[in-house]
Design a protein around this ligand. Sequence first.
Ligand code: ADP
Length: 671
Amino acid sequence: EAIKREVIGKFKELSELRNRVSDEMLILLNKIDNIEQLIDFIITQVVSDIVIRQEFLGIESLKKRLNRLLIELNKEIGVLTVEKRIQGRVKQQIEKNQKEYYLHEQAKAIQQELGDEDLNDWEILSQKIKKAKMPKEAELKAMGELKKLKLMPPMSSDSAIVRSYLDHLIGLPWCKSTKVNIDLNKAEKILNKDHYGLDKIKDRIIEFLAVQKRVNNNKSPILCFVGPPGVGKTSLGESIAKSVGRKYIRIALGGLHDESEIRGHRKTYVGSMPGKILQNITRVGVNNPLFLLDEIDKLGTHHRGDPASALLEVLDPEQNHSFVDNYTETPFDLSQVMFIATANSLNIPSPLKDRMEIIFLSGYTEQEKLKIAEQYLLPKQIKNTGLKPNEISIDSETILSIIRFHTMEAGVRELDRKLNKLCRKIVKLIDTNKFKKITVNSESLIEFLGPEINNFNFKINENKVGRVNGLAWTEVGGDILHIEVVSIIGKGNIIRTGKLGDVMLESIQTAISLVRSRTEALGIDERFYETNDIHVHVPEAATPKDGPSAGIAMVTAIASSLNHIPIKSDVAMTGEVTLYGDVLAIGGLKEKLLAALRGKIKTVIIPKRNIKDLEEIPVEIKGALNIVLVSTIDEVLEVAFEYKPKQFVNNKKVSIDDRKSVNVYNPNPLI
Ligand code: ADP
């Protein structure tokens, strides 16, 4: 029974291996009760060899026959299992080959269906690469990328990345340039045509171009125009490009704080791009444009790298012939590019500043603004707004009123906007009312431009104790800085308000010590610092203020608050002061004088050490102001105080004129 069961089990296993187990057969097998018949049935199913079948017939013992059948079954099962294994392997291999073959065929069919373009595309790309005349290194890189591209499935994102990279390489103007022709006379003409005045600056530009013409390499320093907004820095750059026949690109660097904006992203990043330099070069399609780097002083720094150092590489003639953008990965020659920078202040990272030649542009006087408005801005706005020149009539007096009462700036940008507004309104008036011509005069200005702006550049009309007009120089031009000091009964505290910077705070300290060191001559009780608190305030408290040039103004205001002598309100002053009362030179003289003029100041006190700067100040400014040059603080006070102080001797004030009679030694006589 045991062998019988074993045999039946093995038979079933074999049948399964042969994939030939039909339900009927199993039913049949179960129905056979006679063991002899069962063996015979199985033998017919398992053994096909006649000789072995014969052998079975010869075995009489049932047990032996069963054992023999078991051997035969095991043999057959063994063979079949090996066969199956081999079959499996072969099948797998065939399946894989078939799949690849099938897919390739399908891809080919799809490409054929799309037309021959794609197949040829690679050919075209390769030709484009050759035509782009890249340097060897770049060409090898491009060809390598092309090879990669061919192996990639065409619709994958990787292939799109490689594709746009190749397009970028091909699009770069490796060898294309505009013909630079420096004709100095023509350049001068263009500069004069586009800009009024600025004679010195134009001269310097022409010199620069003359040298470039001779030397024909771009190793000369980079020009950097520094000045308040709206004085024509950007438009000068544009004119230079025009006058030498270079294409013009302006990059605004204000607020740019990511190095990759200059140098590009690695192309492994999603959405990566080349930096602004190469992007713009590709856009204009030549390798020798003029780049105007606008507002280079507003470059920010950030954790994502320092754009200034990237710029340094771009601007350095020793390095920029092989500028490597992170995206391009291969050097591009920038040595033919001409760079010009602009800035509002000298607050430029010093390595960058070293590479540049700074040219200062100062604000315009009223007369200059008037000329610019009449000759350049108004005709431009008339054209821009579609007015006909005979439809508007405006005289110089009215334009001066716009300058005086509707703008408050060192440059002419606001003026430009106001003229635009005026022209716009006139166009509307003419079109709606069918007027022929509109005459604008000072009275009708308010109608067109709105109320006059509150001129905070005002002077205060009343002589006051402790209040003085300082002159400040800021990025947006000069300004009048009202400094106010009061001394109140207290314990010697110094209070300082108005968002003052460190240097200004220190100059207040210096001023107080200076006043303390000469109390007698100033007519001040020498123990004032024990009995008074001094509060120094600079209004417009929200605007940060700094610098040492308010030194003499601080001394004047503090001294006045202590000896109660009013300060003349039509006097303004600027100058740094030392502890010994010497007055040191200051910067931004023209801007400060312009601000004084705008603020209707009559007398301006400036350091004698600035005398050389006066040469450059237009006569119309010098003529309109009474400029007093001083070298010591005593001279300042003499001009600024309403009357002379009385000396303070033995706890009582003595008129300075009585000095001789009391016979006091005065080391620094005021008068
Ligand atoms: P900035 O770059 O110094 O801020 P812009 O170059 O933008 O100033 O100048 C502002 C506007 O003023 C421009 O339309 C420019 O043409 C005009 N402008 C400035 N200075 C002059 C000038 N000297 N002559 C003619 N137009 C000028």
